[in-house]
Design a protein around this ligand. Structure first.
Ligand code: S3P
Length: 423
């Protein structure tokens, strides 16, 4: 990729991936029709939509975006074929929760990356609620057959801060019409509980715990999906890397469980402000304005901040490669079970292009410099690895080739054209 000489302007990032999955799933479980605008159009969201279609949910385009005709709680139909979740962990884990409460067998399958990702973290609590599972291989991945049925209530202490685990339990309880509570070591993104509460479901949040009460039905709701802060992060980083340049990203979700990266970038010396603050369907939104400074400082990021910026670590690591001093990222072992082993993939790729980086069991250390960077990036089919290194590749003086750049279709299909356009 050729370097870009100047960075300015506005980037309208696509709809939030987490909220898009949940908008479809909650609409499918509601009574009545939900109209959704701003939905992310990407491979991961297509996976959720096609899984729901295979379960009898009618989804069709309308003038605002799409219309989802809900089937009500526990109203999904027996699927005629395995349910293909593609590359999407959120589809697999959230649907495992939904299907555990449906009185039939269903099988979740996925691509090679998803098939390797841990599912026991959801089958364990769902099993304790009364669901049964048949798992392939070593019993911790896909294909996963769910033998759903009547479930009991649960109080689950989750060993990891995971919105997917929390959501699987809440969605199982919702459909089974039982109560449940989940306590996490640190608060993960809270879209599910916000969206359930907005639809009239009894939800109580107390510190790191969230509880759901029994509801007999869920009402349909029209929603607008705000922009994805994890997609905006690449352009925040791009602005931060170029002194004096400003980028605006309008209508982005700035839910505090998602904005840890913005805090860290400011500690590194970039200027970030939130303008036009608003609220959409219970989610705070704003225009994110990011401006680069003369030099970025290194930073330490640990376990406490990790849940609020877990998907932004690859791009943070790329920023750290240009910052003065040593950046240490710790408490991030969860990155090893994302779409790729992101600790290993990030560190190896940084080393390949000439950055002084070191892998640690739960994170990495990166010593930044302003030396030109060049080489080929192995994405391992991981969209966030491709985009993070794409940002570094867009800087003047760097010559970085991304192998398999099309994997961005999972979350941000127009990423490369947006990146070129702000040049
Ligand atoms: C997501 C939760 C996070 C995140 C993923 C999306 C979600 O995963 O990394 O990209 O939508 O619930 P975990 O729940 O596994 O932490």
């Amino acid at each position: 990729m050729t370097g870009i000489a100047s960075i300015r302007g506005v980037v309208r990032v696509p709809g939030d991936k987490s909220i898009s999955h949940r908008s479809l799933i909650l609409a499918a479980l509601s009574d009545g029709t939900s109209h959704i605008s701003g939905l992310l159009r990407s491979a991961d969201i297509d996976s959720t939509a096609s899984v729901l279609s295979a379960l009898g949910v009618r989804i069709e385009p309308d003038k605002e975006g799409i219309a989802v005709h809900g089937r009500g709680l526990r109203g999904l139909l027996v699927p005629k074929r395995p349910l293909d979740c593609g590359n999407s962990g959120t589809t697999a884990r959230l649907m495992a929760g939904v299907l555990a409460a449906h009185p039939f067998d269903s099988t979740l399958i996925g691509d090679a990356s998803l098939s390797r990702r841990p599912m026991r973290r959801v089958t364990e609590p769902l099993g304790q609620m009364g669901a049964h599972f048949t798992m392939a291989g070593d019993g911790d991945g896909l294909p996963l057959t769910i033998h759903g049925g009547t479930l009991g209530s649960i109080g689950w202490n989750s060993p990891t801060a995971s919105a997917q685990v929390k959501s699987a339990i809440l969605l199982a309880a919702l459909n089974a019409q039982v109560s449940a509570s989940v306590t996490e070591p640190a608060r993960s993104r809270d879209h599910t509980e916000r969206m359930l509460a907005a639809r009239g479901i009894p939800i109580v949040v107390d510190g790191e715990s969230v509880s759901i009460g029994v509801a007999r039905s869920m009402r349909a709701m029209d929603t607008h999906v705000p922009g994805d802060p994890s997609s905006a992060a690449f352009f925040v980083a791009l602005a931060a890397l170029v002194p004096g340049r400003t980028l605006d990203m309008p209508d982005v979700c700035v839910n505090p469980t998602r904005t840890g990266f913005l805090d860290v970038v400011q500690r590194m010396g970039a200027v970030v402000s939130l303008l036009d603050a608003s609220d959409e369907g219970g989610e705070p939104t704003a225009t994110i304005r990011a401006t680069g400074t003369d030099s970025l400082r290194s930073v330490n990021v640990g376990a406490a901040e990790m849940p609020s910026m877990i998907d932004e670590v690859p791009v943070l690591a790329c920023l750290a490669a240009r910052a003065e001093g040593e950046t240490v990222i710790s408490g991030a072992a969860e990155l090893r079970v994302k779409e790729s082993d992101r600790i290993s993939a990030v560190v190896r790729n940084l080393q390949t292009i000439g950055v002084d980086a070191e892998e640690r069991p739960d994170g990495m250390a990166i010593r930044g410099s302003l030396a030109p960077l060049s080489g080929r990036i192995e994405t391992h089919g991981d969209h966030r690895i491709a985009m993070a290194f794409g940002v570094l590749g867009a800087l003047p003086g760097n010559e970085i080739d991304i192998v398999g750049p099309e994997c961005v279709s999972v979350s941000y299909p127009s990423f490369w054209s947006d990146l070129r356009r702000v040049a």
